[in-house]
Write a protein that binds this ligand. Structure first.
Ligand code: UDP
Ligand code: MG
Length: 307
């Protein structure tokens, strides 16, 4: 009988573990699917790991690992994938914002032969207006840079063992799970779901966190910003030819003293462009530096006895 592994990244989710574990187990048992739940406590500061251990005692199909500190959701997902023994592996959030009933539909699609089942948000959950606006801009930019519709895609997915092995075999450290499944290809299908409201605890995202996430994912997934730098360079060269001709014309017609404002504006503009370009290149060098160091993306400090 096939085994379904469900990977659940959890950071400070002490109040959610019991409910999530019971809800998912219930649904999968009802559907007679053979499963294991793998909770990954991402260096939680509350009793998340203790709650996982408690669930593991109550139900041997529930397993868990703990990180030595907070390494981020990406690391937690990949650690879970690495521990999963299933023929098919699903990833979903610990706050049940990803409706667990869909696991059964996803599993059916997998049985039909699909290798990547992408959860697609049909409706985003309740979010503040500013948050919504920011997320909109953020995903708009990322989508156009990566050529993947980031607004509706999510980390809620089910992957065949073949796909999981491909992802685990990647040498890069700065992974972007959501986009990598598109990159990997395979026989895939989209499955719509409605984002549920978070019932317990708060979202872990801050404004600064989202900014970092955007920069980190864009630089790890695409080199388009680097190409923008040269576009910027060519644009300023074009502009300087136009301004240059004008300046020479003024010089030869004896009106050279004018144009001090233009000089200041040009200095500011070009200075700004150079700084931004250096910044973009800097981000990529940072990425390369991190990759070259080859440090592990996470450190496991504890695991439940059945793991
Ligand atoms: N998460 C994690 N590590 C982190 C931040 C979040 O493992 O550093 C987990 C979190 O426990 C949850 C999932 O990632 O299961 C999504 O996080 P959250 O609900 O805070 O994000 P949102 O749903 O608002 O995008
Ligand atoms: Mg959430």
């Amino acid at each position: 009988m096939s085994l379904l592994s469900v990977v659940i990244p959890s950071y400070n989710e002490e109040g959610n573990i019991k409910r999530t574990s019971e809800v998912i187990s219930g649904i999968l048992e009802n559907a007679s699917i053979n499963y294991e739940l793998i909770f990954v406590s991402d260096g939680s500061k509350d009793g998340t790991y203790a709650a996982i251990c408690e669930q593991a005692k109550a139900n041997p199909k529930v397993k868990g690992i703990e990180f030595s500190r907070n390494f981020g959701k990406e690391a937690a997902i990949f650690a879970g994938l690495g521990q999963a023994k299933g023929d098919v592996v699903a990833v979903l959030d610990c706050d049940l914002q990803h409706p667990a009933e869909k696991l059964v539909d996803m599993y059916k699609l997998w049985e039909e032969g699909y290798e990547v089942i992408e959860g697609v948000k049909s409706k985003r959950g309740k979010e503040g207006l500013i948050h919504k606006m920011f997320v909109g801009i953020f995903y708009g930019i990322m989508s156009s840079l990566m050529k993947i519709d980031m607004n509706s895609t999510s980390d809620y997915k089910m992957l065949d063992r073949k796909v999981v092995d491909v992802l685990l075999g990647l040498k890069e450290k700065n992974t972007f799970f959501r986009a990598l499944t598109f990159w990997a290809g395979f026989k895939s299908i989209r499955l719509e779901y409605e984002v549920q409201d978070r019932k317990i605890g708060k979202s872990k995202w801050s404004f600064a966190g989202l900014c970092r996430y955007a920069i980190s994912n864009t630089t790890s997934f695409t080199t388009v910003p680097l190409k923008l730098v040269s576009t910027l360079g060519w644009t300023s060269i074009l502009c300087s030819i136009i301004v240059g001709v004008d300046t020479l014309y003024n010089f030869f017609s004896g009106k050279a003293a004018d144009g001090f404002t233009t000089v200041i504006l040009l200095l500011l503009l070009i200075g700004g462009c150079i700084m931004i370009s250096l910044g973009i290149i800097g981000h990529y060098i940072g990425r390369i530096y991190e990759e070259v160091k080859g440090r592990p993306t996470y450190i496991i400090s504890n695991r439940t006895d059945n793991m």
